[in-house]
Design a binder for this molecule. Structure first.
Ligand code: GTP
Ligand code: MG
Length: 251
């Protein structure tokens, strides 16, 4: 079994992409299963196979510990790690080819606290990887692009598994897409940063991007749309490439 963790900023399209990936694997005669790790979600655009909400109830946590919604969500995210055995048992019973893991809306609660890295390192799976979603709608200027690239690297550092970067909601940014993709090129980025309001932040953005380029971590960014499916073939190819590499180099 290979596991694919879908991560990204709140509202970037994680849950919808999870359902699209699941459908693709089904259409190609594989056996996928979905784990929902978001204890606070109310509606999901797919049928869940393993659901953290069966073990963690945010409303009950609010009442029992006299917490407000934010405190309860933080606590709920921390409790995820304690449910690893139950989740693993359910997954083992299903025994899918591909396990798609939809992560909580608040990426910082999953990645920067203990539970996300704990679940990732303890889940039993042949290969593990992450798909990080950058919300295309947030990429309105080059400084935002650099900030989200930095977030991607930061998440990669915390989760410590191979990661693919995507720009989501491609259908909503058709006219801007070429410009956004050009920002991976330092000279284009430099030109566009010139029009940013603050020279200080422009220089900082440029320095950060130069470093990011050097690491090679953001070499490939795949624009996708969950609505029109454009870019999905490239995404599947990239996922397969990483998982197949893992056949030789175990992570
Ligand atoms: N136009 C467009 N809308 C999208 C796309 N992907 C997701 N959406 C919409 O964006 C909203 C958020 O999508 P979700 O899949 O719930 O995003 P999420 O990252 O799981 O959200 P949280 O778990 O709440 O952080 C929904 O209204 C989706 O229909 C896309 O590719 N194009
Ligand atoms: Mg979601």
């Amino acid at each position: 079994m290979d596991s694919i963790f879908i991560t990204g900023t709140a509202g970037s399209g994680k849950s919808l992409l999870t359902s699209r990936l699941c459908q693709w694997y089904k259409d190609n005669n594989f056996f996928p299963a979905i784990v929902n790790l978001d204890p606070a979600v109310s509606n999901l655009p797919y049928e869940v196979d393993v659901d953290i909400r069966n073990y963690i109830n945010v409303n009950e946590i609010m009442e029992e510990y006299d917490l407000g919604p934010n405190g309860a969500i933080i606590m709920a995210n921390d409790i995820i790690a304690t449910k690893i055995n139950e989740i693993q048992d359910e997954i083992d019973e299903i025994n899918p080819d591909y396990l798609l893991i939809d992560t909580p809306g608040q990426i910082e609660l999953f990645a920067y606290r203990a539970s996300g890295p704990f679940i990732i390192s303890n889940l039993e799976s042949e290969n593990k990887m992450a798909v990080f979603l950058m919300d295309g709608v947030l990429l309105s200027n080059p400084t935002n692009f650099v900030s989200l690239s930095l977030l991607s690297i930061s998440i990669n550092l915390r989760l410590n598994i191979p990661q693919i970067n995507t720009i989501t909601k491609r259908d909503l940014i058709i006219e801007k897409l070429e410009k956004i993709m050009n920002w991976t090129n330092i000279s284009y980025l430099d030109d566009d940063l010139f029009f940013e309001k603050s020279p200080e932040y422009s220089l900082l953005s440029l320095d950060i991007m130069k470093y990011i380029r050097k690491t090679g971590i953001m070499q490939e960014i795949i624009p996708v749309s969950n609505i029109t499916s454009s870019g999905m073939i490239e995404l599947f190819a990239s996922i397969s490439r990483i998982l197949n590499q893992g056949e030789e180099v175990k992570y």
